[in-house]
Ligand binder design. Structure first.
Ligand code: NAP
Length: 276
């Protein structure tokens, strides 16, 4: 598995998203992913599936003869738990449910203007100093917030997890991340089903013997962005990993880039942050 390096972290170039995956479906998806070659799993306290992700991880490591260190596990603390004591409790719960002494990456899931950023970054960075998070980062941070966060954090922030796919223009925040040495992790890389079947992606895919979904993922990989597509379907799991054996031309990249449109977001913030 290729990796994206950022501020000291080596992040496997594609990961498995697990939002909405629950119960045995989730355990099985994580196990199958590891068997197929995934080395990066994304969960969050909010998804309510950390116990299943932990179970799938344990079984998958055993079945595939892998060490814990071989798999990059991310979890997140939700925006309503960003005060220091709440954050600490949420992360303690996450580790307990995952049955892990540490995760590879701990993220602030969404910013929350009601809690001072200093306070949250303090407890986030403490988790790294204590070794309970190998790396720390943020999600859904704007360029302004990124600038503040990188100044305030005592530990390097390694990624900003944001919505990225062919139908959204994230050029400003992408540039801000790159300028500060952060990776970009792309959530909703398939735009929650808008990418599969898109006519332009489909046509480009045909020229490479690939599907529209694979083209959408390749479009991100070629920009050094780490997509975390979600599926429990074994065929889709395998297909989403098979994006490292072809290359899009500059003209194809430009054509895909032109699919971006105003209002292309598929995720609304869970609250209305009033950041300037
Ligand atoms: N930080 C945040 O605020 C945030 C927000 C949203 C999501 N996330 C993370 O990002 C992950 C991905 O985002 P998402 O789950 O919202 O959306 P997504 O990955 O863009 O889309 C998931 C959908 O794509 C379909 N799909 C997957 N692979 C496919 C393939 N090869 N061919 C055709 N269809 C395919 C899945 O259907 P099937 O099940 O039928 O395959 C599913 O309906 C989440 O699971 C979560 O881990 C983070």
């Amino acid at each position: 598995m290729d990796v994206v390096e950022a501020n000291g972290a080596k992040i496997p170039a594609i990961g498995l998203g697990t939002m909405t995956l629950k119960g045995a479906v989730c355990v099985e998806a994580v196990k199958t992913a590891l068997r197929l070659g995934y080395r990066h799993i994304d969960t969050a306290e909010r998804y309510g599936n950390e116990a299943e992700v932990g179970e799938g991880l344990q079984q998958g490591l055993r079945d595939a003869g892998l060490a814990r260190e071989d798999v990059f596990v991310t979890t997140k603390v939700y925006h309503d738990k960003l005060a220091a004591a709440d954050f600490q409790r949420s992360f303690d719960d996450s580790l307990a449910k995952l049955k892990l002494p540490w995760v590879d990456l701990l993220l602030i899931h969404w910013p929350n203007p009601a809690v001072p950023l200093e306070e949250t970054l303090g407890v986030l960075c403490k988790a790294r100093r204590e070794g309970r998070a190998r790396h720390v980062g943020v999600a859904n941070f704007t360029t302004t917030l990124l600038e503040r966060a990188t100044k305030l954090a005592s530990e390097p922030l390694v990624t900003n997890q944001i919505e990225v796919h062919p139908f959204i223009n994230q050029s400003k925040v992408l540039a801000a991340c790159r300028g500060r040495g952060l990776a970009v992790t792309a959530y909703c890389p398939l735009a929650r089903g808008k990418a599969p079947g898109n006519a332009v992606l489909e046509r480009i895919g045909k020229a490479h013997g690939k599907s529209s979904s694979q083209v959408a993922l390749r479009y991100l990989v070629e920009q050094g962005i780490v997509p975390i597509p979600r599926t429990a379907n074994p065929d889709h799991l395998a297909a989403n990993l098979a994006v490292f054996d072809f290359k899009l031309s500059a003209a194809e990249m430009a054509e895909i880039g032109a699919l971006r449109q105003a209002g292309g977001r598929v995720v609304d913030p869970p609250h209305a942050p009033k950041w300037d």
